[in-house]
Design a protein around this ligand. Structure first.
Ligand code: ADP
Length: 368
């Protein structure tokens, strides 16, 4: 188990803390993803775990042992970076075995481990080639192979897919996650890409400005974001956020008055204040135009009209951009859903059981 307790980082030449009060327990074998926008402190945290950066405050534990001062080479960690950092003059075999050679492991053992790793990641045919004769995806696999031969207790990966083209990123994503499950090695993976985080993580840690915003499984975070930042960061197309005022038990948006279902109102964990501003969050897939939703008598479907500004046909689905009192609203619709054209008025059924309410000042999601 790996634990970070109140871990802090302040670089000497930087007035601000780059990481603050970072608390996290990582179970054996977990695939953890640190995700957030550039500069939020993901790499710094990863580098502190690797021992490549000093820890300004707090404790880093491997099992029961405090390892803040442990030398990186004694931490039993293997890292994979965005740039593969392969030695150009060495073959794939030599690159993969180099770390073991430096540790003076016997030649036969190195050869055996490299062969095994090459088999696992499908590089057997390439062992005698030089990196320049490999594609980007194959080079990244060599970098992975080099990490695997070490048989470490922890893999640390920092944006390992960002140099690959879109298609290769998807296939390598699948490869890395299934490989990690097979090997069972605890892994911490850094990315700014929420899709990578959602698809790869057992649990993800969403960060902003050096502070953890939420920790949870992808589904937990998607279905119940802690705050406006997390709601906006996770999900594509982005969640719709609509300003509203609370009055007489209803949320007012322009001429619309929305009454939330009892089930949702019971989960509001803050006293709603009359005439106070809130933000309603509705994911694009919860804006419906199909007959079933629009003909529904359920109170939990709120019906309103919006003008369609733009339509994107993605083949499998429709992304419909609309206007609601000057605010852009996006709906993600099934293709067969009752469509109207650009410029026309569209009836929309909003699934209120999936709605979030945020405190406008603190950004907190008040539905728990
Ligand atoms: P991320 O990996 O999420 O993009 P980083 O961990 O690289 O973010 O950076 C977090 C913050 O720390 C940023 O504000 C960045 O400018 C700052 N930072 C990173 N490295 C250094 C450094 N060597 N010296 C000073 N500030 C740094």
């Amino acid at each position: 188990m790996i634990e970070l307790k109140n871990v802090q980082k302040k670089y000497k030449n930087n007035d601000n803390y780059s990481v603050e009060n970072f608390n996290l327990k990582i179970e054996d074998g977990e695939f953890i993803v640190f995700v957030g926008p550039s500069g939020c402190g993901k790499s710094t945290t990863l580098r502190m775990i690797a021992g490549l950066e000093d820890i300004t405050g707090g404790d880093l534990l491997f099992g029961e042992e405090r390892v803040n001062e442990l030398h990186p080479k004694d931490r039993d960690i293997a890292m994979v970076f965005q740039d593969y950092a392969l030695y150009p003059h060495m073959t794939v075999r030599e690159n993969m075995g180099f770390g073991l050679k430096v540790r003076k492991e016997p030649k036969e053992e190195i050869a055996q481990k490299v062969d095994e790793a090459a088999k696992i990641i499908g590089l057997e045919e390439y062992l005698d080639k030089k990196p320049k004769n490999l594609s980007g995806g194959q080079r990244q696999r060599v970098a992975l192979g080099r990490a695997i031969v070490r048989n470490p207790r922890l893999f640390l990966m920092d944006e390992p897919l960002s140099n690959l083209d879109a298609k290769l990123r998807v296939s390598t994503r699948v490869e890395i996650t299934s490989l990690q499950k097979r090997l069972g090695v605890t892994t911490i993976y850094v990315t700014h890409d929420q899709v990578e985080a959602m698809t790869m993580a057992d649990r993800m840690v969403v960060m902003e400005s050096g502070i953890i915003q939420q920790v949870g499984t992808p589904v937990e975070i998607y279905d119940n974001p802690n705050n406006l930042f997390v709601a906006k960061f996770i999900g594509q197309p982005q969640i719709n956020l609509i300003d509203t005022v609370y009055k007489d038990g209803k949320f007012i948006i322009g001429t619309d008055e929305i009454e939330l279902p009892n089930g949702i109102m019971k989960r509001v964990n803050e006293d709603l204040v009359e005439n106070k501003e809130y933000v309603i969050g509705i994911r694009p897939e919860h804006m419906k135009t199909d007959r079933l939703s629009l003909n529904s008598e359920l109170d939990s479907i709120f019906k309103t009209h919006m003008q369609v500004k733009h339509i994107e046909n993605m083949g499998n689905e429709i992304i419909q951009y609309m206007d609601l009192n000057g605010q852009q609203i996006i709906a993600k619709l099934e293709r067969r859903a009752n469509l109207v054209d650009k410029g026309e008025d569209c009836e929309i059924g909003i699934d209120l059981t999936k709605t979030f309410i945020f405190n406008k000042e603190t950004g907190e999601n008040i539905i728990k």
